[in-house]
Design a protein around this ligand. Structure first.
Ligand SMILES: [Zn+2]
Ligand SMILES: [Zn+2]
Length: 76
């Protein structure tokens, strides 16, 4: 019965962590500003040439830290 005692005595976690429903535990979500492309909407410079700027929200990473779990991946 030693094994049973050990299981019973195991301290219960005070907070049960749940997987984040928005990033599914990855802690990262697709950047909303660029839609996951990594680049902001193109604009034209004064000469009429198209410019593609790196997304300022995700810095070209295409994904941002999940706001729901603050990048942890789990909610408490
Ligand atoms: Zn999350
Ligand atoms: Zn972005």
């Amino acid at each position: 019965m030693l094994e049973m005692e050990r299981i019973r005595r195991r301290p219960k976690a005070k907070v049960s962590k749940r997987q984040c429903h928005r990033c599914y535990g990855s802690g990262q979500t697709t950047c909303r500003s660029c839609g996951g492309s990594g680049y902001a909407a193109t604009s034209r410079d004064p000469t009429g040439q198209l410019q593609s700027c790196r997304c300022t929200a995700c810095y070209g990473n295409k994904s941002t830290r999940c706001m729901a779990c603050k990048g942890v991946g789990y909610l408490e």
